[in-house]
Design a protein around this ligand. Structure first.
Ligand code: FAD
Length: 381
């Protein structure tokens, strides 16, 4: 039963199911902060607990697709997004060996636009809006376990709630408390991330594809170029983003590519390496008082740039379900029902892109058709 709609300027309205309900969110990542903002706009008393000592997003760039941007616009952030990102004009799959552009997918007509964000800017944008809406964010609070009634056991003591939202990312402990213990599987791929100084770069995402490898590059607002490079390998690095690697290893993996890409990689002075793991979508998304979203529920390989976009969608849909359906269990079940099929389809498309980008089998069948099929970008591109 619908109580109210959030106004397009993001302001809350009075007769909410959530009025006065204490919602705690574990994790001040993109998913947790979006959920916090969405719940607060619908009248909840929201507290976010983050283990890090500050908002320190690792990794530089994030592609915000129209599906994620549409949600943030509905939360009142349309103007702020325009000021703090680069509007993407195209995606250009390129043969990394010859340097020849294989295709150009126009993104210039996307509404809302497809954007390249600095992660820190995107997180800051959502966090500020949440705080303005009354959300309380506490840093240096590590959740150690979650009781049956949703209460958090933390390094600062017990924290009660009416609803606990587990937005604690790829290494989520929340999902364990729902009984989701499936182990991830190594994909046979590792990834490096890096940024280099780069002025006047066209607002385009290049996907440099080679057998068993690819590199994605796109510009960021601070005159840097964001680089993510993926290589197939038998051995793997840990699953985590903070493992420094020698840039020479990155260059060695791409030493046979075209001069333009070699030149880009020659400027890398600091890089991080991690293993890419495939996680099953969790079986149980919620119990009576605890629900998971974002990477905690459905970690996604980065080949469709959708992990954060899906986490943003999750946050909005969850708040809406809890607002519109009186019974909490029914609301959480509805959330799971609405999200599971969509995230599963998106994850399958990202998995397929791993093959497409590495020119294995279906050479030249280019990945961003996936975005169209999924309705994440408009069909006219
Ligand atoms: P996270 O961002 O991981 O946030 C989880 C938070 O919870 C963290 O701040 C963590 O410190 C905190 N936390 C964890 N455990 C606890 C605890 N016990 N107590 C308290 N706090 C805790 N997605 C896109 O949509 N577009 C892209 O372009 C894109 N590019 C990517 C590039 C790379 C290189 C990678 C690796 C991923 C990329 N993704 C992209 C995926 C995206 O980054 C993730 O899907 C997204 O960040 C998930 O958000 P989240 O809020 O669920 O989790």
């Amino acid at each position: 039963m619908q109580k109210h709609d959030v106004r397009s300027d993001g302001a809350s309205s009075a007769s909410s199911n959530l009025s006065g309900k204490r919602v705690v969110v574990i994790g001040a990542g993109i998913g947790g902060l979006t959920a916090a903002l969405a719940f607060a706009q619908r009248g909840a008393d929201v507290h976010v607990y983050e283990q890090a000592s500050a908002l320190n997003e690792v990794g530089a760039g994030i592609q915000l697709a129209p599906n994620g941007a549409r949600v943030l616009a509905a939360l009142g952030l349309a103007d702020d997004m325009d000021h703090r990102s680069i509007i993407a004009q195209a995606v250009m799959p390129t043969d990394a060996l010859s340097g020849k552009v294989i295709a150009q997918f126009d993104l210039s007509s996307q509404v809302p636009p497809y954007r390249f964000f600095h992660r820190a800017a995107l997180v800051d944008l959502i966090a500020q809006a949440a705080q303005t809406q009354g959300v309380d964010i506490s840093f240096g609070v590590r959740v150690e376990s979650i009781a049956k009634d949703g209460a958090l056991n933390t390094n600062i003591g017990k924290i009660p709630c009416d609803l606990c939202v587990g937005a604690d990312g790829i290494h989520s402990i929340s999902r364990l408390f729902l009984g989701n213990t499936a182990e991830p599987e190594f994909t046979g791929q590792v990834a490096w991330r890096a940024t280099i100084a780069a002025k006047d770069v066209a607002p385009v995402a290049r996907i440099w594809m080679a057998p068993n490898r690819h590199v994605v590059t796109y510009p960021l607002t601070d005159n840097t170029l964001n680089i993510v490079a993926v290589q197939e390998r038998d051995t793997w690095a840990e699953e985590g983003w903070k493992h420094a690697d020698n840039p020479e290893n990155l260059r060695a993996a791409f030493d046979d590519v075209c001069p333009e890409l070699r030149e880009i990689l020659s400027h890398v002075s600091e890089t991080y390496l991690w293993g890419l793991f495939r996680h099953p979508v969790v079986k149980r998304w919620h119990n009576d008082r605890l629900v998971v979203l974002g990477d905690a529920a459905h970690p996604t390989l980065p080949f469709l740039a959708q992990g954060a976009n899906l986490a943003i969608e999750d946050g909005y849909v969850l708040a809406r379900c809890c607002d519109e359906i009186d019974d909490l269990d029914a609301a959480l079940s509805r959330f799971q029902l609405l999200r599971r099929a969509r995230v599963s389809r998106t994850i399958a498309a990202a998995n397929a892109n791993a093959r497409n980008y590495h020119l294995s089998g279906i050479r030249r069948r280019v990945a961003h058709t996936g975005l169209k099929t999924l309705g994440l970008i408009a069909p006219n591109t």
